[in-house]
Design a binder for this molecule. Structure first.
Ligand code: FAD
Ligand code: SF4
Length: 491
């Protein structure tokens, strides 16, 4: 999305911003140390599901906000997939007007309390902050985003974005993850009659079934969904579009536009010997049981989970990190990450890998499982792994892991969680044979409009990208809304 620098210039020229800039020189600002996020102590938090990061206090947030030098050309914005007016919201924090700060965030981001917690800022906005050029830690944009939106929520004065007069055109959003929620919010603002259909019994997609409570409390997701409800979005759960109701049936009900945001929730396995033994979970099942079905509160909640003593989690992404930290919290004595490349290539957010280590997670890198062994009752009891070394660059631009012959050894395990990635949810593509899909099962769209091969069907998020990030899924929802509006209004 192109950044509108003219609008930003006008915003920056406001008198109060000018005065605030003059109140402290750039040198003085850049000499302030980055404020550290307060955290619960690692050896206490690895036994509970309370949030790890405690959030900045008002004083800390104002100090961190004063590090931002309110650049005339704020490079940080170009790193944000939804182009948040970053200095705009940060300067309101420095001024002490936290509600206004949250309002600025919500102009372009419908889910700021979520993004402030889970976005990989270190590779997006923060990496573009001017401080990097000065060899200093960037402004903590993510921590400030979280602070502003939490302040608004805690104040009880949550602003509800304005919506246009109803145009009585019905739009169906399939899937209630971050992409579907963003699309729904944008379309309801434009006056459409929006219904979100969700297969599960709770709304939020990965935000509720995947990312654990200790990183993203579910209450926050519910609050953000509550705002959309107040704006007029109709939510319907326990409905699998393509199975319990088809797109054709929805058309008969009067729906004119469809947004497919059904995600990439299909587990992947390694297909190695012994993978069907009891005690080997996909990360989806493991995390869904614990997060969505509250297995960590069993028997207060009905869903059980096997609590292993020696748990191996395969993979190096956020899913693997969430699974292994969950296993530790469920009482594992040994909770291990088994990853075939080195730590440098791990796709997990740096903060998550750092927190995992602090919590006592063992990182077994350059190691790959090749076989599982079970006991007489079919439970997994050990796994054979092989050491790897890094070879030439592969298609992903990372060095390819190469097995080292004769380096195999066995590890005792009673639970294994396979978190090596997921594939696009196949239900919608299977139910609409004319919809063009790639050989990986992702829906083909025009990336400028998110329109699919069927004009009234748009798609975005993980069903198009095959597994990406919350903010990219949200960015797709915004683009799709803009172009579905053009399509439906004949502009
Ligand atoms: P999803 O969030 O997957 O939502 C899709 C929804 O569609 C689901 O609720 C599903 O039930 C529903 N659905 C599917 N088919 C149908 C149907 N036929 N009818 C009705 N409903 C249907 N990203 C980050 O930026 N930061 C992180 O820290 C991070 N951590 C992650 C941790 C885990 C464990 C996982 C799995 C992913 C993580 N990600 C993270 C990635 C991020 O969550 C996803 O990229 C994002 O959620 C994709 O959003 P989406 O809306 O496309 O799909
Ligand atoms: Fe502030 Fe950094 Fe953005 Fe400049 S680049 S406006 S210092 S956050």
């Amino acid at each position: 999305m192109p950044v509108n620098y003219e609008e930003l210039k006008k915003d920056r020229a406001q008198e109060w911003r000018d005065q605030l800039r003059k109140s402290k020189g750039a040198k003085e600002r850049s000499n302030i140390d980055r404020v550290k996020m307060p955290e619960n102590p690692p050896l206490k938090r690895n036994r509970n599901f309370f949030e790890v990061n405690k959030g900045l206090s008002e004083k800390q947030a104002i100090l961190e906000a004063s590090r931002c030098i309110d650049c005339p050309t704020p490079t940080c914005i170009s790193g944000c997939p939804v182009n948040i007016n970053i200095p705009g919201f940060i300067k309101y924090i420095e001024k002490g007007d936290f509600l206004k700060s949250a309002e600025v965030l919500k102009q372009t981001n419908a889910l700021p309390a979520i993004c402030g917690r889970v976005c990989p800022q270190e590779t997006q906005c923060e990496i573009k902050c001017i401080y990097n050029k000065m060899k200093k830690p960037p402004v903590a944009i993510g921590h400030l985003e979280r602070f502003a939106s939490d302040s608004e929520r805690n104040s009880g004065n949550i602003s509800i974005p304005k919506t246009a007069k109803k145009n009585n055109i019905k739009v169906a959003v399939i899937g209630s993850g971050p992409s579907g929620l963003t699309m729904a919010g944008e379309m309801v603002k434009l006056g459409y009659d929006v219904t979100v259909f969700e297969a599960l019994h709770e709304y939020g997609g990965v935000l509720v079934y995947g990312i654990p409570e200790f990183r993203l409390p579910k209450e926050i997701v519910r609050t953000e969904i509550g705002v959309l409800e107040k704006m007029g979005v109709d939510f319907r759960k326990n409905i699998i579009v393509g199975k319990t109701i088809t797109i054709e049936e929805l058309k008969v009900e009067g729906y004119k536009g469809f947004y497919v945001s059904s995600g990439a929730g299909l587990p992947k396995f390694m297909n190695i010997p012994g993978e069907n033994l009891i005690g080997i979970y996909s990360s989806n099942e493991y995390l869904t049981r614990v997060n969505l079905m509250k297995a960590f509160k069993f028997p207060e909640y009905d869903t059980p989970i096997v609590r292993g003593k020696h748990v191996a989690v395969l993979g190096g992404g956020n899913t693997a990190m969430d699974s292994v930290r969950t296993a530790k919290r469920l009482g594992a004595e040994r909770a291990m990450i088994i990853y075939r490349r080195s730590e440098k290539e791990m796709p997990a957010r740096i903060e998550e890998a750092h927190h995992a280590k602090e919590e006592g997670i063992e990182f077994m890198t350059l190691t790959n499982p090749i076989e599982y062994f079970g006991d007489s009752e079919g439970w997994v009891k050990s796994m054979r792994v092989q050491k790897m070394k890094l070879g030439e660059l592969d298609d992903s631009g990372r060095r390819r892991p190469v097995p080292i012959a004769g380096s195999e050894y066995d590890i005792d395990v009673d639970i294994v969680v396979v978190g090596i990635g997921t594939a696009p949810n196949p239900i919608i593509p299977q139910s609409i044979p004319e919809l063009e899909v790639t050989r990986w099962g992702t829906v083909v769209v025009d990336e400028n409009t998110m329109q699919s091969s069927i004009p009234e069907i748009f798609a975005g998020g993980d069903i198009v990208r095959g597994g990406a990030t919350v903010i990219l899924a949200m960015g797709d929802g915004k683009i799709a809304a803009e172009h579905m509006h053009e399509y439906l209004s004949g502009k």
